[in-house]
Design a protein around this ligand. Sequence first.
Ligand code: CP
Length: 325
Amino acid sequence: MTAPRHFYTTADLPREALDAILDRARRLKSDEEDPGHPLAGRSLAMVFFNSSLRTRVSFELAMVQLGGHAVDLTVGAGVWDLEVRDGAVMDGDKAEHARDAVRVLSRYADALGVRSFPRMRDAAEDAADPVLAAFLRHATVPVINLESCLWHPCQALADALTIRERLGEARGRRLVVAWAWHPKALPRAVPQSAALVAAQLGMEVVVHCPPGYELDPAVFPPGLAPLHEPDPGRAFRRASVVYAKSWGPASPYGSPPDPGLRPWIVDQGRMDRTAGAILMHCLPVRRNVVATDGVLDGPASVIYDQAENRLHAQKALLLEVLGTS
Ligand code: CP
């Protein structure tokens, strides 16, 4: 049996494969390519351990529009909660082991999708991405990461498509990942994925964040870790893309950002420092906390293009993963 073709991070994609998916997504979006229904009779089982609007809807509609079928399973809402630790004595609240559930789902569906955020209690546990790791370990069909502790690669594909639409050739242009305050400690999957895919496109990636919030260079492939620039003047200067996002501090891990950092909001003042940058955010966004209404609804905002592009990029991905390209 050959190993299934999982999609865990965009680092799984060599440059040519990334280009091919983005180009096909562009053709599908523009109707230059009519794919027909190549996924007729094929199915995707999506397991959500967390809430989702965009990922859930865009994947289901991508499957349907390509002729296939998606099954939407929400853990805790009619689906057994899953134990993921091998060797666990299951005398607690988890009724089924991922070892069994994933193998069963692999018998039913042609591919699996999994959404699982970090618990934000133990940095080492989250760094091991335990739920995704269990699915990758036990699945006998391709697994698509619908956002995990570390990566949100499908968001990254949509982001890359959006950047290409707006900038054309992105190589050498600057993308600033602009940290913003938030009342909760959020995961780093989105900022890490945006930084990674921008670097894969050849962009200069700068993270603007307070001390203690730096992204860990060790999670990035060699040569693709972002630079950090805490000074707003230097960070935003020459920026073509501002990607607003919040995430929690490295220490104390899981604690909410310091309320004293509330002025870290992406507003027009920050956008005015750029070279006419577009404004990106993956959504959902806390308006007037992470970014102001003025910039989210302003002419530089591409947030709805990003959300729409989830559909087109994921269609191209599904055609690749399910082997019908
Ligand atoms: N951007 C994103 O993944 O949105 P959802 O959490 O709503 O799926």
